[in-house]
Design a protein around this ligand. Structure first.
Ligand code: SF4
Ligand code: SF4
Ligand code: FES
Length: 260
């Protein structure tokens, strides 16, 4: 009978360090994943009690407060604080969300904070998104044309043509969708995932782009596109209310209709 051993890092110690709040009136408990791949320690869950009202309304405010006043080694990404840059995506009480647009009062009980799931961890709440960005680059997320642009004006679009790309172009590349997708968890090296496929769709339906055929050729592959089984997790978690699952279905329809 073969025996399998999980790597040491796969076991999370639920009893990490505990930081009690002294005399806080609106104390909330944050249970936060900690891991430093350069340390011999296994991952652990640290507990922080905090006067969440004093910190500010959002989970990101609490993280900033913890880093500023309790443990400066806590590591997480953030930039815009407005749901625009996508960098503060993390798993909050079991769901991928943006820490800067999620209010602590909307989360019940202890607030459990983990990095985006199924990604290598750089440190604490920071996932390694190298592959995610490589997949985005692979779909060629820029205008491709073979005819020269008019000499005296831009390449114009009608209002309807612009509306077709308006929503898909609002993606902030936060990776909430791809890292919530079971197909992506199991086939991340070959399935492009909902974020990259939404980007592909955005350029395929852009009336100014002249490489739609090549873009579709690139996606006609059992893994890159067809590993999506329309489970819809991606659409459920998107913090910008986008619909990558629908975009994937539309790409599949375009592949079928061009064969007719
Ligand atoms: S709809 Fe497709 S891409 Fe979205 S979560 Fe499901 S399998 Fe993944
Ligand atoms: S589709 Fe939504 S969840 Fe996915 S990367 Fe874009 S903004 Fe984030
Ligand atoms: S900090 Fe930019 S989206 Fe949250």
């Amino acid at each position: 009978m073969p025996q399998f051993f999980l790597p040491k890092d796969s076991k999370v110690n639920p009893h990490g360090r505990v930081h009690k709040a002294a005399g806080a009136h609106h104390s909330r408990t944050f249970r936060i994943y900690r891991f430093d791949p350069e340390s011999p320690e296994s991952p652990r869950i640290d507990t922080f009690e905090l006067d969440a009202k004093a910190a500010g309304p959002m989970v990101l405010d609490a993280l900033i407060q913890i880093k500023a006043t309790i443990d400066s080694t806590l590591t997480f990404r953030r930039s815009c604080r407005e749901g625009i840059c996508g960098s503060c995506a993390m798993n909050l009480n079991g769901m991928n969300r943006l820490a800067c647009t999620t209010a602590t009062e909307d989360l019940r009980g202890d607030i459990r904070i983990y990095p985006l799931p199924h990604m290598p961890v750089v440190k604490d709440l920071v996932p390694d998104l190298t592959q995610f960005y490589a997949q985005y680059a692979l779909v060629g997320p820029w205008l491709r044309t073979s005819t020269p642009a008019p000499p005296d004006r831009e390449r114009l679009q009608s209002k309807e043509e612009q509306e077709r790309i308006d929503r898909p172009a609002a993606c902030i590349l936060c990776a909430c969708c791809s890292t919530a997708c079971p197909s992506y968890w199991w086939n991340a090296e070959r399935f492009l995932g909902p974020a990259a496929l939404l980007a592909a769709y955005r350029w395929i339906v852009d009336s100014r782009d002249e490489a739609s055929g090549e873009r579709l050729d690139q996606l006609e592959d059992p893994f890159r596109l067809y590993r999506c089984h329309t489970i819809m997790n991606c659409t459920d978690v998107c913090p910008k209310d986008l619909n990558p699952a629908k975009a994937i279905v539309e790409i599949k329809k375009l592949l079928v209709t061009r064969r007719l």
